[in-house]
Design a protein around this ligand. Sequence first.
Ligand SMILES: [Zn+2]
Length: 293
Amino acid sequence: MSTESSLRADIVEIGRRMYARGYTASNDGNISVRLGGDRLLMTPKSVCKGFMSPDMMCVTDLDGRKLQGERDPSSEMLMHLEVYRQRPDVQAVVHAHPPIATGFAVAGIPLDRAVLAEVLTTLGSVPIAEYATPSTRELPEAVRKYIKAHDGMLLANHGALTVGGDLYSAYFKMETVEHFAKISLVARLLGRENLISREEVMRLQELRGTYGIAAPAPICADPADSPGAGAGDREDPATCQVVQAPAGSGRRLVPGLPDGSVQPAQRPGEEAEIRLTYRELSALIEDAIRSLR
Ligand SMILES: [Zn+2]
């Protein structure tokens, strides 16, 4: 068990790293950790996370009452309290506004495509919690929908939230979210995003257990596997993680198409879809007409 003084020092160091990496500007962001006996240690309100000192932190109870500290606790305290209420396994919470991940949150694009094996084994999918006015009771409500099954999420038009079994685990997940967002952005700018097939995603899920990586929830079943079930049963973000991973028919990667969609798996005896440009189609028709003459 870490001592309170080492946890204070860890929060200072993580705040410094978040600010140095541009995950926060000015006084943005907040960090908290459980102390023993239903108490939390939390960053204070209106302080730049890059320039904190250990004595600035607040101690609160799980209802947010300040027990110790000269400054008031973070304005996003309600969101942190909600996470601790919903997830007894979570020891630490980190919130920041990393610019690429927040760009996805602004564009309304969740980071839920199966593209990186490391992300699938550590975080799974990163959904977007609905927009809520910061520092109000709306934000914990928006987070509640996803927090039971996810260790990282985007907050619509706001930022990102990650949780973990200790302070550094929660912080490293924030690094992973931003890194994942950066790579996804580059792939999309390059115009093609190959996806990891569903079969390979399931193999990676099994590896989580082998490596002892605790996942808060399994990946949701493929809708194609249970056609009788309602969509709500298959993809409930409170109980499983929705990951966009197409069936691969033996392939581990499914080739992406320039429009961002993926090539459908070709099944024997099934008519495969083909895509032609207008020019290619015209050339085929002209050929056919010529051969009739
Ligand atoms: Zn914020």
